[in-house]
Design a protein around this ligand. Structure first.
Ligand code: SF4
Length: 454
């Protein structure tokens, strides 16, 4: 407990899910335009220590079921603090908010989503001041390098919107600092286990050319985190001998994955969405999804609300991708990784990408190889697989060459990270199974009296 805060605060609450029907209200999330969280290192005189301010309507002023904009601004000071630490201090907001019973925090940076449960509200959690008190207390006790800290919650929609450009430009400056270094130039990668509360087998492997899935932690951030808090969730990882430079397989990464997943995952290919792909927790900014009909990848980001070209929405595919599993062809990615030379290099990189929402294509256009922008379909060019095929043929996309190639004798009908079967009272789990079949018959089951089929 933290004095004055009416609900429990602690590690045991991490991983708590708050479903829509249990929710009192939410800040940010898919239905809200502007939302962000930002940490700034400031001179001591610019920080009014131990203060929490709420600018705009508070929880108690908002109706049940509200979806409201939010900006969280945390200013910190301390003689040993460096600007390089901002990103990783900021990422701890996710962790510490999830310590609060009845609060759920998802995503990061300009994409935050916080839900408050009805139960926590009924217990008296009716002001953001309480969250501010929790953050002050946990940051000061866990990171003593922070000597002064102030927290401001902006809920006035105009303020949230007006301050978004500053947040975006600071995020871009951080990302730009991390560009230019290659994976070959370093001996150490960084691992992050922050999301294990939601995906127990997952660690992010953060390399100079493979940004963390959430898009919030670069290799430089990883290095700063491991230096600032050596016992924290972000740790140095000796990459060891390179086993396969194309797939991006390293002895040290395999060993670390095995240890941290308790033996569940023993091989990781950093630059491929097949075979032994990097796991995906649930915080990924986007999904690279395989489209077997055209032998190419589509990419969709969290903010895309429509169905994609394969008829599935981001949220549907996120369920198949998340959970810390290795799922062939459903691959969690950060938007920064799309700009990397190593992006899906083992699978063909951008020569294999066929469909991306226009918003993302525009955003990353300066980083794309020549000609990619024009030959990659967006939602206006293709809304169905048939339209996509026609577009790719018209634009002489490199995947078209693959269509002429001989089809392998047997290709998997389905691949799944783990498939539970109930057989004679036993539960059998097939892990990383590839399923082959001569015929598939799909029958519709009419619901029986229990609602679960006859
Ligand atoms: S997505 Fe990866 S890097 Fe980001 S917080 Fe989760 S585990 Fe860490």
């Amino acid at each position: 407990m933290i004095e004055g805060v009416p609900v429990d605060v602690g590690l045991a609450n991490e991983g708590e899910r708050i479903r829509k029907q249990e929710m009192r209200l939410e800040f940010g999330g898919p239905g809200v335009g502007a939302k962000w969280e930002l940490v700034r290192v400031r001179p001591p005189e610019a920080v009014e220590h131990d203060t929490v301010r709420v600018v705009g309507p508070d929880i108690r002023d908002l109706p049940e079921g509200a979806r409201h904009p939010l900006g969280i601004l945390i200013d910190v000071a301390g003689p040993a603090l460096e600007e390089d630490f901002e990103g990783i201090i900021e990422r701890r907001i996710h962790e510490y908010t999830n310590y609060v019973e009845g609060l759920m925090h998802l995503n990061q940076r300009y994409d935050i989503w916080i839900r408050l449960s009805k139960k926590a509200f009924a217990a008296g959690f009716d002001t953001l001041e309480y969250l501010g008190r929790v953050l002050l207390s946990l940051f000061r006790s866990e990171l003593p390098i922070i000597e002064a800290m102030q927290v401001t919650f902006f809920t006035d929609p105009a303020e949230v919107e007006a301050r978004l450009p500053e947040a975006l430009s600071r995020f871009e400056a951080r990302d730009a600092r991390a560009r230019g270094l290659s994976d070959e130039e370093v001996d150490t990668f960084y691992g992050c286990a922050l999301c294990q509360s939601f995906a127990p087998r997952h660690i992010c492997v953060i390399t100079p050319e493979r940004y963390a899935n959430c898009g919030a932690i670069s290799w430089f951030d990883g290095r700063a985190a491991a230096r600032m808090d050596p016992k924290g969730p972000i740790f140095a990882l000796e990459k060891g001998t390179c086993i396969d430079p194309t797939n991006g397989e390293f002895e040290g990464v395999n060993a670390s994955a095995k240890e941290r997943s308790m033996g569940e995952i023993d091989r990781v290919w950093l630059y491929s969405a097949f075979g032994h792909p990097h796991t995906s927790c649930g915080c990924f900014e986007g999904i690279a999804f395989y489209i077997p009909e055209v032998e190419g990848f589509g990419i969709v980001h969290r903010g895309y609300r429509d169905t994609t070209v394969n008829g599935l929405a981001f949220s549907t595919m996120a369920d198949s991708t998340a959970g810390g599993r290795q799922v062939d062809g459903f691959h969690g990615v950060s938007l920064e990784y799309l700009k990397s030379r190593k992006f899906l290099q083992a699978d063909g990189g951008w020569d294999r990408v066929v469909w991306v929402p226009a918003e993302i294509l525009d955003r990353i256009a300066p980083f794309l190889p020549e000609g990619v922008r024009e030959r990659t379909a967006n939602e206006q060019d293709a809304g169905t697989i048939e339209e996509l095929r026609a577009f790719l043929e018209q634009h002489d996309h490199p995947v078209v060459g693959r269509w002429m190639e001989e089809v392998p004798a047997a290709r998997p009908l389905a691949t799944v990270g783990s498939l539970p079967l109930e057989v004679g009272g036993y539960r059998v789990i097939l892990k990383n199974a590839r399923i082959y079949a001569d015929r598939v018959i799909i029958l519709r089951e009419e619901p029986g009296p229990t609602g679960r089929g006859p």
